[in-house]
Ligand binder design. Structure first.
Ligand SMILES: *[C@@H]1O[C@H](CO)[C@@H](O)[C@H](O)[C@H]1NC(C)=O
Ligand SMILES: *[C@@H]1O[C@H](CO)[C@@H](O)[C@H](O)[C@H]1NC(C)=O
Ligand SMILES: *[C@@H]1O[C@H](CO)[C@@H](O)[C@H](O)[C@H]1NC(C)=O
Ligand SMILES: *[C@@H]1O[C@H](CO)[C@@H](O)[C@H](O)[C@H]1NC(C)=O
Length: 518
């Protein structure tokens, strides 16, 4: 189980890092001023009451430090004003404070939004992450409406500046229409229309049921509905062609990029002011055309300070640009294009080898720092983590931290203090590791910073510390886990002894039998 991927934790973490670019910390203050007639602030104590009181309760589970959380909160407040007097009530839960409630409700993801209907606590409906208050209103409306609401005059929709998705269906009660409507519900930020106008459709020469994408009066793509078409396929088609072949990563595009159902991303880190930018960008764009629906192409300007966190996550330094990284968002493994030339052919070949599973993952470990074990808190890296951690003679307490996270920084003094308190204990090591710089190949839960104990005598076990962040409590936990490890070890030794005795007895019996037979 050590070769795990920190799926949940890392997803949340990755999202945090991705969206942190446009974080607006000064919006934090207005959380406490929420009034009864706006967005409800729910806690463990009043959640059930709210559930009983409101026929539809839409709850945003937010993490106070995230930029995206702030954006959604603003959308919630706008939507709450519009929904005044309706049967839908909007509410928020601070998951950092309400850990117990979040656990009880099985809320693990980041920026989770759930609609509770008629007090049913067990079967909430997940709401897509909204861009604005209008998305929330559209989602609620589409949820309770039907495809008939989308019937529109195509000539009007065609003219829109925004992307418009138009479904042309011969029969309005077909399964295709149901599927189209389900996709529209999941994509509340996009305009959808349904038409049966044969004249308009024959203009484009289609004779079958088809989904058309229009942007600025231009037909940009068509998708023929087929028996094997699923809602998911339709959503991928729409969300991919909604974007340009290659998209710049910015505060505005980050949500779209991260909520894309395409989970293979090619990231170009480039200085947009550099002389060769145009050429590289053009090559990247051309390659992107060839991998649409399979890979998302995103470019990141290294000359933009707000992209610093993203670059730290991918361990890219500005002087290394231009370079291309591939990331598989299913398992968070990254790949590095091993070439100095970034022309169309090189990029395409690399993308194809990645999709064929032939690319070599980037194994991240920083070099072992000089004097890493001379300070009270030892500095581990990818290469030393397992060796130090899984050592049967030492109990090792490791902090997994992110160098750019204020929450991680806040724990550094505590770790120094802990190391100081344990400096006479030769059997205990206090250490830390930069989790953004080093690939961590072991099972862990939760987001960083994470405090994990590797008990001695039990070299394969990792225990996550979830208690109070006080030295006193950490020491208590340490002693308890060390005693437990010792006890487990005695029992293991006993079991092993019994097993060996039984095996010996069996052997002797066999030997006796052989002797008798002779
Ligand atoms: C949470 O998950 C557990 C185990 O899967 C389940 O028994 C429980 O009913 C769930 N609770 C909610 C509120 O969904
Ligand atoms: C990007 O390129 C411009 C022009 O060459 C240069 O002035 C700037 O320092 C570069 N930025 C970074 C972060 O390297
Ligand atoms: C991405 O990761 C998942 C899970 O490990 C894996 O099944 C899939 O094949 C990977 N995709 C690529 C293109 O490597
Ligand atoms: C083997 O045989 C001897 C005598 O033949 C007997 O005393 C002894 O108990 C036997 N051992 C086992 C394990 O059966």
């Amino acid at each position: 189980m050590r070769k795990l991927l920190l799926l949940l934790g890392l997803t949340a973490f990755c999202l945090c890092v991705f969206v942190a670019a446009d974080e607006q910390p000064n919006r934090q203050a207005d959380k406490s001023s929420l009034k009864e007639d706006g967005v409800l602030q729910l806690k463990k104590g009043n959640f059930n009451k709210a559930l009983r009181k409101y026929k539809q309760l839409l709850v945003h589970f937010y993490a106070p430090l995230s930029g995206e959380g702030h954006r959604i909160s603003a959308a919630f407040e706008g939507a709450a004003a519009e929904l005044k007097g309706s049967e839908v009530k909007l509410a928020v839960v601070d998951v950092a404070k309400e850990k117990e409630l979040a656990k009880e409700l099985n809320v693990t993801g980041f920026a989770t939004i759930l609609l509770y209907i008629s007090g049913d606590k067990l079967n909430p409906v997940p709401c897509p992450v909204p861009q604005s208050s209008a998305s929330i209103l559209t989602w609620l409306k589409r949820r309770s409406g039907s495809a008939d609401d989308l019937i529109a005059d195509l000539s009007q929709s065609e003219a829109s500046e925004e992307l418009t998705v138009v479904g042309f269906f011969k029969e309005l009660n077909s399964e295709y229409v149901q599927m189209f409507y389900a996709a529209a519900t999941d994509l509340p930020d996009i305009n959808f229309a349904v038409t049966q106008n044969n004249d308009v459709i024959s203009k484009y020469g289609f004779t079958h049921d088809v989904v058309l994408l229009f942007k600025k009066s231009k037909l940009i793509q068509a998708y023929k509905m087929m028996p094997e078409t699923s809602k998911e396929m339709l959503i991928i088609f729409i969300t991919v062609y909604q974007m340009e072949p290659a998209t710049e990563y910015t505060g505005q595009t980050s949500t779209q990029i991260l909520s894309s159902p395409v989970l293979n991303h090619a990231l170009l880190f480039v200085n947009t002011s550099s002389a060769d930018f145009k050429e590289i960008h053009s090559a990247f764009n051309s390659a992107a055309e060839a991998f649409r629906l399979k890979m998302l192409f995103v470019w990141v300007n290294v000359d933009e300070p707000r992209n610093g966190r993203l670059m730290e996550y991918f361990r890219v330094r500005e002087f290394e640009a231009p370079l291309i990284r591939m990331v598989n968002l299913t398992d968070h493994v990254t790949y590095h294009l091993p070439s100095d030339t970034l022309d169309v052919q090189t990029i395409k070949t690399f993308c194809q080898s990645y999709l064929d599973g032939k690319a070599k993952p980037k194994m991240q470990s920083e070099p072992i720092p000089e004097g890493w074990d001379t300070q009270p808190v030892k500095e581990l890296v990818g290469m030393t983590l397992e060796k130090v951690g899984f050592n049967p003679d030492n109990t090792v307490f490791v902090m997994f931290y992110l160098p750019y996270s204020p929450e991680s920084h806040a724990l550094f003094p505590l770790w120094e203090e802990l190391a100081e308190a344990l400096k006479e204990r030769e059997d205990v090591v206090v250490a830390r590791i930069d989790a953004s710089a080093n690939d961590i190949h072991m099972s862990m839960q939760g987001a960083y910073p994470s405090l994990c104990l590797f008990p001695a005598l039990h070299a394969e076990r990792v225990v996550v510390y979830n208690g109070k962040r006080k030295v006193k409590d950490l020491l208590k936990f340490l002693d308890k886990e060390m005693k437990k490890a010792k006890k487990d070890r005695v029992k293991e030794d006993e079991d092993r002894r019994k097993y060996i005795e039984a095996a010996k007895a069996e052997e002797a019996k066999q030997a006796n039998q052989t002797k008798d037979e002779l």
